[in-house]
Design a protein around this ligand. Sequence first.
Ligand code: PMP
Length: 428
Amino acid sequence: IKDIDASRTQRALVPSVGIDYDSFFVSQLNALRDEGRYRHFAELERIVGAFPKARLHRPGQPPRDVIVWCSNDYLGMGQHPAVLETMQAAVGSQGSGAGGTRNISGTNIAHVALERELATLHGKQAALVFTSGYVANETTLQTLGAALPKCEIYSDALNHASMIAGIRHSGAVRRIFRHNDLDHLEELLAASDPATPKIVAFESVYSMDGDVAPIGQICKAAHRHGALTYLDEVHAVGMYGARGAGIAERDGALEEVDIIQGTLAKAFGVIGGYIASSAATVDFIRSFGAGFIFSTSMPPAIAAAALASIRHVSCNLELRVRHQDRVERLKHRLHHAGLPLMPSATHIVPVLVGDAARCKQASDLLLDGYRIYVQPINYPTVPRGTERLRLTPTPLHSDEDIAYLVEALQHVWRTLGLDLGIAVNGKP
Ligand code: PMP
């Protein structure tokens, strides 16, 4: 920002507007910086076969290899040979872009095959692919909430920004229930007009705490009050359930969920999002969802690669077993080292720091001293005072990687004077 040529900044064209646009933006950015919340990009070069290692590039410094502990390529599928070969072959045969929106020359055989696979995976009649999980949430909730007369949307307090955006843009009445609080949801539903159309929107695995929703119970409550259920399984698909269809599959609640939303960008290692639901619901979103209709569809090679990834992941239970084994090992080690592991029922392993500046310092020390890359997580992603390091073990992290990380964290905690609880092994 300091290097910006002042003569090239955007000025108010008419003095009466009373704002110097770039000065305004810079002052807002400086406020963010003062709070320690300004985000710098970590420029990674991923290296096929090396994950969880990657090369980090920083201005004015030579690149260095780091161990990545905060990737959402949860299963390492972003570098799996089955996925890469399929993607390369599809680029070779079909080229790069899709060539249009889905309705105007942009529907490829690969999209259709992918949608069939996703519908089967989730035990639904149909599925629809979007360019991202964000767009899938935003478009679907916006379209449903706007179309259903006087619709009310019941939203978990910790729902992702993409769901919040969709609900807001829909113009539906938004009612927020306390996070994972079934009683509060029941109370709100019971207080509403039984004749009003309703949607209950929630997630299965919450991305920053790693806790899990009681899907079956929430769906039962919703259905008792005539509501549709909308479940974001972005942090669960590929990783939970016998075939990797998510927590709803694991908990035997697939049929209870009316609309399942997922991503192709995390456990499946590619990019894109989707919904799976009844044929009528999917056809409705396909026909009325602006974020679906008016945007170029994903490249065929991406759709083909996603399909290859889903097929590989869904029949590889060992991958999920190995993943959970890594998760348990890391949690166990952190606990024994006296590090403040936050409660988590899943592969998302948050370690509490509780302060934005300290969290950034911890992340910097890990990188500079140990070549470990973990991005600090700050407000507004998490509430102030709960800033944390969010660790995401993958099946590719070795025992040595885990031991090294825990040792490095202990050193960093000591250096920063952070609280190291009494370690179970007696050596805090
Ligand atoms: N839902 C949740 C809960 C998420 O955490 C995210 C992204 N991190 C999304 C949706 C959006 O998914 P995508 O990255 O595929 O856009």
